[in-house]
Design a protein around this ligand. Sequence first.
Ligand SMILES: O=C(CO)[C@H](O)[C@H](O)COP(=O)(O)O
Length: 291
Amino acid sequence: MQLGLIGLGKMGGNMRERIRRAGHTVIGYDRNPEISDVASLAELVDKLEGPRVVWVMVPAGAPTQSVVDELGDLLSAGDTVVDGGNSRWTDDEKHAEELAAKGIGFVDAGVSGGVWGLENGYALMVGGDAEHVAKVQPVFDALKPEGDFGFVHAGKVGAGHFAKMVHNGIEYAMMQAYAEGWELLEKVDSVTDVREVFRSWQEGTVIRSWLLDLAVNALDDDEHLDKLRGYAEDSGEGRWTVEAAIDNAVPLPAITASLFARFASRQDDSPQMKMIAALRNQFGGHAVESK
Ligand SMILES: O=C(CO)[C@H](O)[C@H](O)COP(=O)(O)O
């Protein structure tokens, strides 16, 4: 089939390649003309035969909104838009309604696989009406990993991004657990080869996982992570997971703590710990450290 793909960065560029390898035609558009197949969104839409399927793979929020708005003007009734970025699930219904008013279908697709997806495939969590999902199925089949798993039609519009959001919340907590265990192992004198402990866990243990394999890769590159600063950004999905937990009164201590650990990583000198030091000093005369 033919696909229009908007956004050819780290994810979109590799996805174009994987879909082409499966024998489909992909016309890609990116603001960077060096990697784009066409000069504009209008040209992309023009080159696709109807009914068209256009996959949006741009950053969540304003960039996705602006592409959806533009596609709403350019596409025709019967066409389908897929949002494969990490959009907030609450945006999906808005986008679906905006496009439905013009007879255009909408599917949200949470995509996991990172830079390894080109070779290993991408896990896909999809939301939307069955008739719209069916129109994109050949592309989902091209992107998904080989085997029985890696694709789910999770429910109605928004369900794909909600599932991906929870996936990323779990990702935060798993990474945090490996990171905490690694720091403790590094701290004690009795363990002399932490990297080999991590490597040994890759087979047979209950905590083996792809994230553990990636941790071993990172330690092979830089055994004590000396080249890195202990600083971690976040892109929003951890925050949205915690917000959804609050909305639904679901306790999420591990995921919330792992999100807050990232915030703490951005502080050189913790203001709240200054207050704790000041209060211990006030009530107990406990020593403080001065700047
Ligand atoms: O979806 C992903 C992996 O599954 C992305 O890599 C995601 O952007 C990572 O999130 P964050 O920047 O918040 O760590």
